[in-house]
Design a protein around this ligand. Structure first.
Ligand code: TYM
Length: 334
């Protein structure tokens, strides 16, 4: 039997991934390539929904791809590609845009948050349609599962709704995907504001741990992470969100269950605990950083790997799109 298919994407909007991206998404991508037919894309079309400088976009797209390979994606087992290399993404997005209600798109909370930041009138129509392009990314590959963090739940619901609507109106065409969200790591929070998501766009530099950052600053940030009143290392999301976040991080990085960590640090205070969290972060990030640097030193090879990915992705995308064109009623070109 064919392996179930997995697809996910990440935006090239920063010079590094952060710990939330890694734990919430990328790490699962790596495990799933063993059991699934895996497609992962660097979503550069999504990146331009906010003002983006061309050279920065090119640089960040390569940095993103290099980090994916460095984190363990194997080009033999995973199809890693750049979204804009496969033209069908925008083509399917258009068809889906025409199936989406204005009100439906307007309810997307990420759009509301982001447009509030820019000011409603400064936000682009691209930002408004962002989740529909994401739906196209997923439906195009007939994905069964989509590994993401909790912030993507609503976009995945929309994806299912649009897939279902298309199937209903034009005949069975799309596989309806399920989100794959690991509860323990679905929302890694900001080190300075442990009730908010760690985020490329809204965290302060002190609140975010970048995969490509040097050990010195990383260690400092963990040691300076906001902790809560009291001095005991306890998991209590409500009263101790800072320590709970660090416990979640430590547990995910070392594979030690949280209750075991709590027992280990009993009576030791925050300092020792934070030092160990910092070490776990450094141990995970250092090899990824080193491999990323190596991959970036040979851009030609990296671009070649991405071209292979794009070719494999295109083969699937083309097939789906041919069906879509026919079902929607576009005249075949002879
Ligand atoms: P992006 O680039 O913002 O984030 C990439 C992945 O990282 C997850 N993530 C987190 N997980 C846990 N804790 C956090 N603090 C945290 N911050 C980010 C995100 O949930 C995401 O899985 N819309 C997507 C990109 C996308 C996509 C797709 C995803 C475009 N097309 C198709 C899946 C399928 C996004 O903004 O990711």
């Amino acid at each position: 039997m064919a392996r179930p298919r997995v697809l996910s994407g990440i935006q090239p909007t920063a010079d590094s991934f952060h710990l939330g991206n890694y734990l919430g998404a990328v790490r699962q991508w790596v495990t799933m390539q063993e059991t699934h037919d895996a497609f992962y894309c660097v979503v550069d079309l999504h990146a331009i929904t906010v003002p983006t400088e061309a050279d920065a976009l090119r640089r960040r797209s390569r940095v993103a791809a290099a980090q994916l390979f460095a984190a363990g994606l194997d080009p033999e087992r995973s199809t890693v590609f750049v979204q804009s290399h496969v033209r069908e993404h925008t083509e399917l997005a258009w068809v889906l845009i025409c199936l989406t209600g204005m009100g439906e798109a307007g309810r997307m909370t990420q759009f509301k948050d982001k447009s509030a930041k820019f000011g409603e009138s400064a936000a682009s129509v691209g930002l408004f349609t962002y989740p529909i392009l994401q739906a196209a990314d997923i439906l195009l590959y007939q994905a069964n599962l989509v590994p993401v963090g909790a912030d993507q739940k609503q976009h995945l619901e929309l994806t299912r709704d649009l897939g279902q609507r298309f199937n209903h109106r034009f005949g069975d065409t799309f596989t309806l995907p399920d989100p794959y969200i690991l509860k323990e790591v679905e929302k890694i929070t900001d080190l300075q504001d442990p009730t908010a998501k760690m985020s490329k766009s809204s965290s302060s530099p002190a609140g975010i741990l970048d995969v490509l950052e040097q050990p010195g600053p990383l260690r400092k940030k963990v040691m300076r992470a906001v902790t809560d009143t009291g001095s005991e290392v306890l998991f209590d999301e409500e009263n101790k969100p800072g320590i709970s976040n660090l416990l979640r991080i430590q547990s995910a990085l070392t594979g030690t269950p949280i209750p075991e960590l709590v027992a280990r640090y009993e009576g030791q205070g925050y300092g020792t605990f934070k030092k160990d969290v910092a070490e776990a972060v450094l141990e995970t990030f250092a090899p990824i950083r080193e491999r990323t640097e190596k991959l970036l030193a040979d851009e030609k090879e990296l671009d070649r790997m991405l071209a292979i990915g794009a070719e494999r992705a295109s083969a699937v995308a083309r097939q789906t799109m041919e069906q879509v064109r026919e079902r929607v009623g576009f005249l075949p070109k002879l």
